[in-house]
Write a protein that binds this ligand. Structure first.
Ligand SMILES: Nc1nc2c(ncn2[C@@H]2O[C@H](COP(=O)(O)OP(=O)(O)OP(=O)(O)O)[C@@H](O)[C@H]2O)c(=O)[nH]1
Ligand SMILES: [Mg+2]
Length: 422
């Protein structure tokens, strides 16, 4: 089974303790304090990996903790930092704070990392406690505990087009006809038990099509296989309602099936019901289906819904429909970029979200920006505007910190700022 939701705690490493130490050298009988600071604890990151498909591997451990920082040492040496713990998750994972319900990050880009728990600060060594009254302090500070956070991770496939339908409508047949996916196709209801993705087309034109298990009336209350897979459609740009023109299982008419499907999606989440859609009437090749389609089509036209008649089996009408799907996708994707709204983090107490990008593109861009002294920021933002990379940044919350290698940037008001190191 696909595990697409897990809850666990992430805890940053403890900071190392400060050291109590005194200089001991020949000819310096009473050396001053020289105990260094403890190292910072490791941080916990989640990383979107194209090699992960489910959250299953994370379902077994209730706590992920990064290593502690090492203690400080003599000669004012700072302890070693704890290593960061990086947990790999599938691309498309959404990260929520399980207590507040706040969406912390949407890991839609392979290689994108978000920090979910900060490491504890290292304690000060005794050197920091020297004062005129106390030249030989025998105290140091303990390292701070790491930050702890309970997270809820949900995998939502990055789907362009989602297929929904009653049992046996031909959803899996439709997917297999357009993509290289090999779903189970069977003449009985509920043959598909898990959502399945397929890639349609090549290169620029490529899109992701999702086949889902059948819905039935009352699915929103958990009837049949329920609606737990519908969340994968939340990010889809287009929904195809596949209707069986022969209706052998429901025994009713296409209008009725269409109404049921529409209602189920609305009850699950009204935003799903509002998404762009096409009604696709299938099995046009069967006896009586053409007449049924003509009646149904008139009804759809009356309510201003766009309908297409096809046969997923013979291929009739499929290429015209595919063309229309591509057209809608192009429009919708264009709109999306223009309307993404970004939430500013207003509450000063809320620490900004830290993302990390291992991107050679960004690294290179930063190096190039350095060659434009005084105009680094403008250069950076102009280049981003031209590249496709900006759309990944648009998925981040505003006021986030972005780490690229050793550099720290701030993403705010749809612009990248070069932040001087603290
Ligand atoms: N005649 C005809 N049969 C079709 C067509 N499309 C699908 N079928 C048949 O309908 C049956 C169900 O097809 P599936 O693709 O498994 O249907 P599904 O909607 O995925 O079914 P579930 O996963 O069980 O909900 C199979 O026997 C298919 O061969 C079509 O256009 N014409
Ligand atoms: Mg199926």
């Amino acid at each position: 089974m696909v595990v697409d939701r897990v809850i666990f705690k992430a805890r940053g490493g403890k900071g190392g303790d400060g050291a109590i130490s005194f200089r001991r050298e020949k000819y310096i009988p009473r050396g001053g304090p020289d105990g260094g600071r403890g190292g910072e604890g490791g941080r916990v990151f989640l990383r979107a990996s194209p090699y992960r498909e489910t959250l299953r591997d994370l379902a077994f451990s209730p706590l992920y903790q990064a290593p502690s920082g090492e203690g400080g040492k003599g000669k004012k040496q700072e302890g070693k930092k704890g290593e960061d713990l990086v947990i790999e998750v599938p691309v498309g994972t959404q990260v929520f704070d399980n207590h507040t319900g706040e969406l912390l990050a949407d890991l839609i880009y392979p290689g994108m990392e978000v920090m979910v728990a900060r490491g504890g600060k290292g304690g000060k060594g005794n050197v920091s406690f020297t004062s005129p009254d106390n030249r030989t302090p025998r105290v140091a500070q303990k390292g701070e505990e790491g930050e702890e956070r309970e997270l809820c991770l949900e995998l939502k496939f990055l789907v362009d087009v989602g297929l929904v339908g009653l049992p046996n409508a031909g959803k899996s047949t439709f997917l297999s006809r357009l993509s290289n996916a090999k779903p189970l196709i069977a003449p009985y209801p509920f043959s598909t038990r898990e959502p399945l993705l397929g890639m349609v087309g090549e290169e620029e034109e490529k899109f992701v099509l999702l086949d889902t298990p059948a819905l039935i009336e009352g699915a929103y209350e958990g009837k049949g296989l329920g609606n737990r897979f519908l969340r994968h459609l939340e990010r889809a740009h287009l929904i195809l309602y596949l209707i069986d023109l022969s209706s052998p299982f429901s025994g009713i008419n296409p209008e009725e099936d269409w109404k049921i499907l529409r209602e189920e999606l609305r009850k699950y989440k009204s935003s799903l019901g509002d998404k762009p859609f096409l009604v696709v009437a299938n099995k046009l090749d069967l006896p009586g289906a053409r007449e049924s389609w003509h009646r149904f089509k008139t009804i759809l036209e009356r309510e201003n819904s766009e309908g297409w008649g096809i046969s997923a089996l013979s291929g009739e009408g499929m290429s015209e429909l595919l063309e229309r799907i591509r057209e809608i996708l192009k429009e919708e994707k264009g709109k999306e970029e223009a309307t993404i709204e970004q939430e500013e983090i207003r509450d000063r107490d809320l620490s900004p979200i830290v993302y990390r990008f291992s991107s050679t593109y960004l690294e290179k861009l930063l190096r190039e920006a350095d060659r434009h002294p005084g105009e680094e920021e403008d250069f950076l933002n102009q280049e981003l505007e031209k590249s496709g990379f900006k759309r990944y940044l648009l998925a981040l919350k505003s006021s986030s910190i972005i780490e690229v290698g050793e550099r720290k940037l701030v993403w705010k008001g749809k612009r990248l700022f070069l932040k001087p190191d603290e």
